[in-house]
Each structure stands twice: as structure tokens, then as C-alpha cells.
Design a binder for this molecule. Structure first.
Ligand code: SF4
Length: 234
């Protein structure tokens, strides 16, 4: 029972808030319920399409391509690509989350994920066209430029702060992982194979389990780890 409550703490908390709202102010409770229903219906209409798109990208775009073009070493090209992807997207921002998570799982860096999400939220091309129509091209261009600079800066800060993305532990699979307690943070593995290992708060993590990259080099890293923290199962 405790486990069930722990796993569902968010919906349970929302349910409790609704009950309190209905007790304190019935009218406000009804309004909140109506707004929630509206957004739930909208989400149920949009999310199936988004999930299909996510699966299509997952299947059609190779992991190596994403690592190269949107990974932690993709540099400014990766940033521009992320910006274009977010800007050319369509649909509400919550539709971007499953796609962003899938891209990160396949190798997109945290900063590029931030850029995609931020561009998706505030500088989508159809939105810019409308903005120009109502507020003028000078206003739109100035706002676009300042927003892009800020988006890039936020991506860089998130990367430097090593802010983790929930569910990354899923990537630490049975074939390759780092025993956190054993890792002393020497970063030898990360320096040798940055496409596979990443340092976060002084510990190495497997960011892209990709045995096809260079299995021999990977084995060398496993053997060279001073504390034998890297586990590679057959
Ligand atoms: S080589 Fe081993 S100890 Fe050093 S950072 Fe990598 S996993 Fe940690």
C-alpha cells in the first residue's frame, strides 16, 4: 500500500487538492475540473500522433547520427540543428517531451535537448509569422534574436551544471554500466570515450551504451579503470 502511494504520489496529491478545492470553494473546484477535462481531451487527441512520430524517429534515425549531430560533441552545428528542429515543429510543448526524451536516450546532449524544448515553446515558425503580422517585423526579429541567445545560454548552463534528465538510469543496462560506489571519478574512461561515458558530479555514467562503436577500446577502458567500476557483460 505504501509502495502504491509512493509510486502514485502526484495523481494522489492532485486528487487531494481537488477535494480541498471543492470543500473550500465548490465553484472554483468545478472550474478546475472543467479545465483539466479540456486539457486531458486535447492531450488524448494529440499524444497518439506524437507517440507514433517518436517511434518513427526512433526507428528511422540511427543512434550514431544523433550522437554525431546532436551529441555532447556536436558543438555549434548541433545547437543550430536543435534550434531548427524545435522551431520547425508543430503542436503544444508537452508533445515535445517524449520526443526530447527519446532523442536524449539515443545520444542528444542535455544542452541540445534544452534548445529543442525552448525553441519548440517560444520560437516556432508559424508563431513567428503571426507575431510579425500583429507586432511588426522589427519587434519579431529583435525578440527572436534575444530569445535565441538566451536559449543557447540556458542550454550551456544546464550542460555545465550537469543537470540530469529523469530516467537516464534506464540507459545503464545489463550490458554496460558503472558501479557508482566504486567510481573514484578519475575521468579516464570519459576522456578516452566521451561518446560513451560522461562525468556527472564526480562519477562516471554510461550515456550511450553502444557496443558497436569500438568494442576493443571499450574493453581496454573496462580493464584500465583503476577501481574496476565499469561492468561490461557479454
Ligand atoms: S575510469 Fe573508472 S574510476 Fe575512473 S571515472 Fe571511469 S569508471 Fe570512474
Amino acid at each position: 500500500m505504501v509502495e502504491l502511494v509512493k509510486k502514485n504520489k502526484l495523481p494522489i496529491s492532485v486528487f487531494i487538492v481537488y477535494i480541498i478545492l471543492f470543500i473550500v470553494n465548490g465553484e472554483l473546484g468545478k472550474q478546475a475540473l472543467s479545465n483539466t477535462s479540456y486539457y486531458l481531451i486535447e492531450m488524448f487527441q494529440i499524444l497518439p500522433v506524437i507517440f507514433m512520430l517518436t517511434v518513427a524517429i526512433d526507428i528511422l534515425i540511427p543512434k550514431e547520427w544523433i550522437i554525431k549531430r546532436l551529441g555532447s560533441r556536436s558543438g555549434i552545428v548541433g545547437g543550430v540543428l536543435a534550434l531548427a528542429f524545435g522551431s520547425l515543429s508543430a503542436g503544444p510543448i508537452y508533445a515535445a517531451f517524449p520526443i526530447a526524451k527519446m532523442l536524449h536516450k539515443k545520444g542528444a546532449s542535455v544542452s541540445n535537448v534544452v534548445i529543442i524544448l525552448s525553441a519548440w515553446a517560444v520560437i516556432k515558425v508559424p508563431m513567428l509569422a503571426n507575431e510579425m503580422k500583429f507586432l511588426g517585423s522589427e519587434f519579431m526579429l529583435t525578440r527572436w534574436l534575444l530569445t535565441v541567445v538566451l536559449i543557447m545560454a540556458i542550454g550551456w548552463i544546464m550542460k555545465k551544471a550537469k543537470v540530469p534528465i529523469s530516467g537516464e538510469e534506464d540507459q545503464v543496462n545489463e550490458r554496460l554500466y558503472v558501479k557508482e560506489d566504486y567510481c573514484i571519478g578519475c575521468s579516464a574512461c570519459q576522456k578516452s570515450m566521451p561518446q560513451v561515458f560522461e562525468m556527472r558530479q564526480g562519477k562516471a555514467y554510461v550515456i550511450h551504451e553502444n557496443m558497436e562503436i569500438d568494442r576493443a577500446l571499450l574493453q581496454k577502458n573496462v580493464a584500465k579503470c583503476p577501481t574496476k567500476a565499469i561492468i561490461m557483460n557479454k
